[in-house]
Design a protein around this ligand. Structure first.
Ligand code: FE
Length: 175
């Protein structure tokens, strides 16, 4: 209990040890909240870090980020038959290999399956008045193309992929 002399009497107020302790605990509480949330927030911000798009051409950006479609029969890999690996143009993840590429006649690079099933992910795409299965890079989320159930036996699948989403690396020792 504190008593302070005032002009017309005394001002009496309570400042107990308990009150001091509570105030101290509140301060400590916020210090601890800060210590524990800062790393969590920092890590979450790092996880959500956007991939580097600075090296992309306008077409590559439109296809991978806005799900645009490049023109058929007028793209880098639709008619490519070299041995090698097709990686994601953004994150470099291995997506397809040339031994699963085939001539579908559609004008885009076509594959019967990805190199690893976990390399891609799928999403229902209802744009343009159609229901299609969109194929995306599992690692960075880039739009790659679509999967259609009209591929060759035995798998029966056609991965119709934009060249603009891919970067081809020739097999070692080949051009
Ligand atoms: Fe990627």
């Amino acid at each position: 209990l504190n008593i302070e002399p005032q002009a017309h009497g005394y001002r009496i107020f309570l400042r107990s040890n308990l009150q001091k302790t509570i105030c101290g605990m509140k301060t400590l509480h916020w210090v601890f909240v800060g210590i524990f949330t800062c790393p969590v927030l920092t890590q979450s911000a790092m996880c959500q870090k956007k991939p580097d798009l600075s090296h992309l051409t306008p077409l590559q950006r439109a296809v991978t980020q806005e799900a645009a479609t490049e023109p058929p029969f007028n793209n880098a890999y639709w008619n490519k038959h070299d041995d090698g690996t097709y990686r994601c143009v953004i994150c470099g993840a291995v997506l397809f290999k040339s031994d699963r590429k085939y001539d579908s006649g559609c004008g885009w690079p076509s594959f019967t399956k990805p190199e690893e099933e976990a390399a891609v992910k799928y999403r229902v795409d209802t744009s343009h008045g159609m229901v299609r299965e969109e194929v995306l890079c599992a690692k960075c989320g880039a739009h790659l193309g679509h999967r259609f159930p009209d591929g060759p036996a035995p798998l029966g699948q056609r991965y119709c992929i934009n060249s603009a989403s891919l970067k081809f690396s020739p097999k070692e020792g080949k051009k």
